[in-house]
Write a protein that binds this ligand. Structure first.
Ligand code: ADP
Ligand code: MG
Length: 318
């Protein structure tokens, strides 16, 4: 009997010809695993194919995709031994986090407008390029910018303050604007491709929640929004694991009860973001350029808060 054909790329799947493959790729479904874990209805809409056909494709992808396997504790331990830490620029904040932002985890920065979330993201984009002796990761960064707040001039300013060549630093920061939440999610898929060619050690999403907040309004949309955010967070976590990278996301506290149902002082996304993020830092303004950073419900570190400053040089001890 003839040996079964090896299925490695999406074109090899039964029922996927070149035309369908192209549609799938255009919609961001570039590999078997992504097809295997996406609901057929979503694929049907994104790739403009019938739902029955999408269902068949998903079934085939599930059969052939390398979905991974259970691993024993010693393997998890081995993997965790590769965890590195990225400095925030403030020794006090690094100490609060047990040495800096961890790779293989998601760190969420949340706080009101002007609390310093975007500034800290800029600082991390610069710091990740530094060598390990300077508590960087000797790597490059991806920024998914949803609010058009990325400022290369600010990167230059922060780089000079650290005696880094601003041009070299800017070349290591890969930025994309995300125009809506679907685009934002597709950009994470794109990030996997970028990371194949560049040593990406940080992926930042600023803001994680802004698009979701405006697109999914009203009580009826809440469940759907949480579901999409959940998927987005897990895509980011997968990136963190595969590339041993830091994931940093921002989340603005909404004080407007008309756009947030529940406690107005709670960040949007509530449980979903909170439970998937490994480290959560709340930020609030203090006197002048001072900010108070507080570590919230970490699984392994004590709660506490520190004072940092955000000045022309960037993020420093308060
Ligand atoms: P968020 O993203 O939380 O809304 P930002 O990170 O944009 O807030 O913080 C904005 C604040 O950062 C400004 O109000 C200012 O205090 C500080 N800031 C921004 N740029 C500079 C700079 N070049 N020099 C000094 N402080 C700055
Ligand atoms: Mg901001």
């Amino acid at each position: 009997m003839a040996k079964e054909k090896k299925v490695e790329s999406i074109e090899d799947l039964p029922g996927v010809g070149p035309a369908i493959a192209e549609k799938l790729r255009d919609a961001g479904f570039t590999d078997l695993i992504t097809l295997a874990v996406t609901p057929p209805a979503d694929i049907a809409v994104a790739a403009e194919i019938g739902e029955a056909q999408a269902k068949k494709i998903v079934e085939a992808a599930r059969k052939f995709a390398d979905v991974g396997n259970f691993v024993t504790g010693d393997v998890v331990l081995e993997r965790r031994q590769h965890i590195s830490k990225l400095t925030t620029g403030s020794q006090a904040l690094d100490n609060l986090l047990g040495g800096g932002l961890e790779t293989q985890a998601i760190t969420e920065l949340f706080g009101p407008f002007g609390s310093g979330k975007t500034q800290i993201i800029h600082q991390l984009l610069v710091n990740v390029t530094m060598p390990e002796e300077r508590k960087g990761l000797n790597g490059e960064a991806i920024l998914i910018d949803t609010e058009n707040t990325f400022r290369p001039e600010r990167i230059e300013q922060m780089s000079l303050a650290l005696n880094l060549d601003p041009k070299e630093v800017l070349k290591k920061i890969h930025v994309a604007r995300a125009y809506n939440s679907s685009h934002q999610m597709l950009l994470v898929e794109k990030a996997f491709e970028t990371a194949k060619q560049n040593p990406i050690r940080l992926i930042a999403v600023d803001s994680l929640t802004a698009h979701f907040r405006v697109e999914y309004t009203g009580r009826g949309a809440l469940a759907e929004r949480q579901q999409m955010l959940n998927r987005h967070m897990h895509d980011l976590l997968r990136f963190a694991d595969i590339y041993n990278a830091v994931v940093a996301v921002t989340n603005q506290v909404s004080a407007r009860p008309d756009v947030f149902f529940g406690d107005p002082n709670q960040p949007i996304g509530g449980n979903i973001v909170g439970h998937t993020a490994t480290f959560r830092i709340s930020l609030r303004r203090s006197k002048g350029d001072k900010r108070i950073a507080r570590l919230i419900d970490s699984p392994s570190l004590p709660e506490g808060e520190v004072v940092i400053v955000i000045n022309s040089e960037g993020v420093r001890d308060g």
